[in-house]
Design a protein around this ligand. Structure first.
Ligand code: ITT
Ligand code: NA
Length: 216
């Protein structure tokens, strides 16, 4: 069984909706989120830590909202900003600028303690580049300088993103920043989880993951 390790019921609901209850089970564990500008680095480290905790195959999901006029803020700090400021305050801030383009990004990281076969896979070149950048960022930050040999725990990354616009909050579905994120005239909070998965950053990452997982 594959454990989807998160404290966020919204993420879990979407993963369940996409992958089905027979594929994943939830595991509520608050792994350490290392301080990094890179969702890839945070997710990869989280997956290693979660695997050490659970001892069975795990997936973690690190995600965030990137407002282009704010140079990607809140990005990797999305959870912190949601807690401390609220999404309404992020909407207030967004009104300072005319260009309210934004994207959601989701990085899913899988770890089962085993190395991965070097076979062609559905992860595209961009994602591989992101993974390579993540490895060197982790090395440069010395995030794993203690000698637990975590570098040897291989992690596979799946990235999804979607562009949209920050708008006044609308809708009651979804979670987090969904009410202020509009895509094609609809906020993500106005969609069912199935509809959201068909468009969203998480849905795209889940699609890549599911393809790979089925053929691995
Ligand atoms: P875990 O780390 O335990 O999985 P978390 O909620 O802390 O849960 P993150 O650290 O990845 O997750 O923070 C993601 C932030 O971005 C958080 O504020 C979420 O509400 C928000 N977020 C992530 N995906 C989202 C989505 O699909 N729609 C709206 N907001 C989202
Ligand atoms: Na978190």
């Amino acid at each position: 069984m594959l454990h989807y390790v998160t404290t966020n019921p919204g993420k879990l609901g979407e993963a369940r909706e996409y992958l089905g209850d027979e594929t994943i089970t939830d595991y509520e564990y608050d792994y350490t989120e290392i301080q990094s500008e890179s969702l890839e680095t945070i997710a990869a480290e989280g997956a290693r830590e979660a695997y050490r905790e659970v001892g069975e195959p795990v997936v973690v999901d690190d995600s965030g909202l990137f407002i282009e006029s704010f140079d990607g803020f809140p990005g990797p700090y999305s959870s912190y900003v949601e807690d401390k400021l609220s999404i309404e305050t992020v909407w207030d801030l967004a009104q300072i600028v005319d260009d309210r383009a934004a994207s959601f990004r989701c990085v899913m990281a899988y770890c089962d303690g085993e190395p991965f076969a070097a076979s062609p896979d559905p992860v595209d070149r961009e994602d591989r580049a992101a993974a390579a950048a993540e490895d060197s960022a982790a090395a440069a930050s010395g995030a794993e300088s203690d000698s637990e040999a975590d570098e040897s725990l291989p992690v596979k990354l799946f990235v999804g993103s979607v562009r949209g616009t920050i708008v006044e909050p609308r809708g009651t579905g979804g979670f987090g920043y969904d009410p202020i994120f509009e895509h094609d005239g609809t906020t993500f909070a106005e969609l069912s989880s199935e509809e959201k998965n068909a468009l969203s950053h998480r849905g795209r990452a889940l699609a890549k993951f599911a393809d790979w997982y089925a053929q691995r």
